[in-house]
Structure formats: structure tokens, C-alpha cells
Write a protein that binds this ligand. Structure first.
Ligand SMILES: Cc1cc2nc3c(=O)[nH]c(=O)nc-3n(C[C@H](O)[C@H](O)[C@H](O)COP(=O)(O)O)c2cc1C
Length: 456
């Protein structure tokens, strides 16, 4: 199955939603935590110091300085648990620094280390439930940096709820996780290079991954001190992966599109540039990323976002060949309307967009109550096609990355955001009068309503 066939088959339409009679099987809900059992589990330092650099400075490419014990901090500020929510039945569930569609967290963080002070060389899997690392291998994994992350996805976690459309969410979530890692690394004085171009099967075998985990991204971190001497050649300890559900069953369409997108060409690599954007202040990185949350809904009413805040948000959220369409509801000094943003704001439809934005986002009120809602459009047939079928992965990963940058920028500047993976694809295309391109992600930014279920 090509990405085109998959994408077409997983578009939301009112008719498909009406016909869908899928009910969630709560007894089969996937465990949000993968554990590799039977291997040593190492403590990561508790309560690592918070990076004081401003979150906006990190977004514009500046780096923090003066950190020790950075491995623990890197994970604490990118992938760890940061809050809990109280469910209506009184139970609690965890929320993490990186957001995730349905809070189902398909992304797993693996990393290989070499010559890092106080930390044995080897291959590790991060255990967010305890902020610990499972040692899945010993010795030198011979990656080209002392610290390399391999991010994998477990499609079943998303498919349990979102069925066939879930692969898109896995890719978007991957983009969020990548940027969470990238921004934390920068705040700690390191740089990252991400690539999605590798031999999937060879990498999975090298890491001894469970069959339900698919590698999607390799993120090389540079700037952690390398010590002299390494602990010999690699030895895979592997560990036994836990079962996530009694009956994990990934839809055939997802397995098919994942297989199709193994084929690719070109080398998709991303190193974040330092920009010449001015500083705008805002909150410190540590408190911003650990305080980041998705808004359940926005206050609506009359409160408008300042124009300079909107421009500051947009300036740090440009990723790859993606175009943003803005449904401007309330921005001081900017008339309500639909705008295209490609470096500058271009009005393409004047007037109130609240009903349109909410309606196109599957009737979710938050897209009408926010100050600005966004459709992110990728040129899947155009710019991304240079990578062959694999370009489908990259377009969604980049859209997720853009979303993560919007989340952090919004939070840093006193607003809040929510990613929206559910929208009526073709209706969006018609409304935006697109001649080319596919909508891959929606987003909402504004002033949030209080969420009484949150505990930090
Ligand atoms: C790819 C993606 C799609 C999402 N889609 C929606 C959505 O359609 N509606 C919504 O209310 N929230 C959506 N969210 C927000 C998640 O529900 C939220 O991230 C999750 O519950 C965890 O909460 P947190 O972001 O506060 O950590 C989405 C998040 C992501 C990353």
C-alpha cells in the first residue's frame, strides 16, 4: 500500500464517522510503559538542576551553559512524567513533558552512550515511570557520537484508540518527541542532528528491539564531554519486553504503510540553525517545559493575543517545507480572517473564522475558542516526494516538530496550545482552496480554561 492510498483511506469524513461503530476495549488498553525485564536498571540523578536560559532563547537557537549530570537532565526535560490528572473515577494517570495524541505515548526513547562520566558505556531504554534507564547492552555501540538516541514507535498504542489513522499520530508524536529532545539538549549546551534515513531492519536488529517497536528517528547529541577509554566491544543484553495488551492487534493497513515507507531515497537530516531573531524574554526553559500542558479548551470571549506575541510564535515555528494557514479569531491589531503564513501573513479570506475552524477540526470547540487556530499543510506530492515513500514519514515528523515548538513558544509567552490530529481532511482542502498539498496537523493557541483535574 502506498502512502497515497493509506492517506486517502484514513481521511476523516462525516460519512465515515457516522458509519464507524468502533468501541474502545478498556480491558485491552495498552500499557503506556514498555519495560525490558531482566536487565540492570540504573538510577538517573533525581531532581536535576533546571536550565535557567529562557525557553524562547532556546527556540531561537541559543544554548544553555554550565550543566553537570546532563544525561539525567536531558531526559527529565524531554521525556519524563511532569504532572498527573485525576480521572472522573478518582484514579490518576500520568502526563509527560512531551505531549501525545490521546496521551497514549507511542514513542520510546533508546540511547547509546560512550565515555560519559559516571555512566557505564552501553545501550539503554528510558523508563519514564521511574526516571531510570534499563541497560540493554554493554560496551561501545560505535555510533558517531558519545550520545545517540534512537526513537521508536509502538503503533499498537495509538491504534487501540485511533485504528487505521493511528500511524499518522505515531509520526506526529515522533516529531514532538524529537523537538522535546532537541530543545532540552540545547538548553543544556548540546546540539542535535536528526535523521530518519537508515535501514529499519538493521537498526532494529542492532538494538534487539521488541517486534512491536519500529525505529523512526536517530538523534545524535553533540556536546556531552567524552572521557578517555571505552569499555570494549558491544554486547547485547536485550531484556525481555513486557506485553502491552492481552490482544495487541495493529490494523493491516498500518503495517502495510509502514513497510511501504521503508523505501526511500535521499538523506533527510535536520540540524537546527541559530536564528537572528531578537530576544523576547518569557519564562525559563525548565519551568516552561515541565509546566507545558495541552489546553482542554480556551476562554473565548474578548481577550486577544498581542500581535507581537503571534509574530514571535510564528517566527520560531518554521520547519521544513510546511505552510501554516491561520484562522485568526482574536489578535490585537489583526483583523479576523484566514491567513497564509510563509514568512509573512497574507489575508486570503476576511471575516469570523470561529465556526469554520471548530467545524473543520471535527467540531472541537477549542479550535473556535482559541485566539488562533492553524492548519499545517505539507507538500506530500511536491517537496517531500524527493524522499520517495519515506517522505510521508518526514512530512508528519516535521509537522509534529513544528507543533512542539508552538507548544513551547506559547507556554513561554504566557499562552497555552493544543495539538489537534482530528480534522476533516478534504473539507480543509476545499476551505483553504488548496491546489496542492495535504493538511497533516491542526493546532490551537490561546488563553486556556482552568483544568481542575491537573496536579503537578
Ligand atoms: C499529534 C497530537 C494530536 C492531538 N490531537 C488532539 C485533538 O484532536 N484534540 C484534543 O483535545 N487534544 C489533542 N491532542 C492533545 C493530547 O490529548 C494531549 O497531548 C495529551 O492528552 C497529553 O496531555 P499534555 O499535552 O497536557 O501532556 C493531541 C496531541 C498530539 C501530540
Amino acid at each position: 500500500m502506498s502512502w497515497r492510498a493509506y492517506h486517502e483511506a484514513t481521511k476523516h469524513t462525516p460519512e465515515r464517522l457516522r458509519r464507524a461503530n468502533y468501541t474502545l476495549d478498556w480491558a485491552n488498553m495498552p500499557n503506556p510503559y514498555r519495560h525490558y525485564e531482566g536487565v540492570p536498571v540504573l538510577d538517573l540523578a533525581a531532581d536535576p538542576a533546571a536550565p535557567e536560559i529562557s525557553a524562547y532563547d532556546v527556540l531561537r537557537g541559543r544554548m544553555g551553559t554550565g550543566f553537570v549530570g546532563r544525561l539525567s537532565a536531558l531526559l527529565f526535560y524531554s521525556a519524563s512524567i511532569s504532572a498527573t490528572k485525576v480521572a472522573p473515577n478518582g484514579g490518576t494517570y500520568a502526563l509527560r513533558v512531551n505531549p501525545s495524541s490521546g496521551n497514549l505515548h507511542p514513542t520510546e526513547f533508546h540511547f547509546a552512550t560512550r565515555g560519559m562520566a559516571g555512566w557505564p558505556d552501553g545501550l539503554y531504554h528510558y523508563r519514564p515511570s521511574q526516571h531510570m534507564a534499563e541497560q540493554r547492552g554493554r560496551g561501545d555501540y560505535e555510533f558517531d557520537s558519545p550520545l545517540v538516541f534512537v526513537l521508536t514507535t509502538i503503533a499498537w498504542r495509538e491504534a487501540w484508540k485511533y485504528r487505521e489513522r493511528a500511524y499518522r499520530y505515531c509520526l506526529l508524536d515522533m516529531g514532538h518527541a524529537w523537538q522535546a529532545l532537541e530543545l532540552a539538549a540545547r538548553a543544556l549546551g548540546c546540539t542535535c542532528e536528526a535523521t530518519g534515513a537508515f535501514d529499519d531492519a538493521a537498526l532494529a536488529a542492532r538494538l534487539g528491539l521488541a517486534e512491536d517497536e519500529w525505529p523512526l528517528l536517530v538523534v545524535t547529541v553533540r556536546g556531552m564531554e567524552e572521557q578517555a577509554g571505552c569499555a570494549g566491544p558491544m554486547e547485547l543484553l536485550r531484556g525481555t519486553p513486557n506485553e502491552l495488551s492481552p490482544d495487541a492487534n495493529v490494523p493491516a493497513m498500518i503495517a502495510d504503510v509502514h513497510a511501504a515507507t521503508r523505501a526511500g531515497q535521499g538523506s533527510w537530516r535536520r540540524v537546527w540553525p541559530v536564528s537572528d531573531l531578537p530576544a523576547v524574554g518569557g519564562r525559563a526553559f525548565g519551568e516552561t517545559v515541565r509546566g507545558r500542558r495541552s489546553a482542554l479548551d480556551f476562554v473565548g470571549g474578548a481577550r486577544a493575543m498581542p500581535m507581537e506575541t503571534l509574530l514571535a510564535l510564528l517566527a520560531v515555528a518554521r520547519v521544513g517545507p510546511l505552510t501554516m494557514y491561520l484562522y485568526v479569531h482574536r489578535v490585537a491589531g489583526l483583523a479576523a480572517g484566514l491567513y497564509r503564513f510563509t514568512g509573512e501573513l497574507e489575508l486570503i479570506r476576511a471575516g469570523d473564522q470561529r465556526v469554520a475552524a471548530a467545524g473543520l477540526s471535527l467540531g472541537q470547540d477549542l479550535a473556535g475558542n482559541c485566539c488562533v487556530a492553524i492548519s499545517i499543510v505539507a507538500e506530500l506530492e511536491g517537496a517531500q516526494s524527493e524522499f520517495g515513500e519515506r517522505g510521508y514519514r518526514y512530512a508528519h515528523i516535521e509537522a509534529g516538530a513544528l507543533g512542539q515548538r508552538l507548544y513551547i513558544a506559547a507556554e513561554a509567552l504566557g499562552l497555552r496550545a493544543t495539538g489537534i490530529g482530528a480534522f476533516f481532511d478534504d473539507r480543509v482542502h476545499a476551505y483553504l482552496e488548496l491546489e496542492t498539498g495535504q493538511v497533516v496537523y491542526h493546532f490551537a493557541i490561546g488563553y486556556p480554561v482552568a483544568d481542575p483535574r491537573l496536579e503537578y
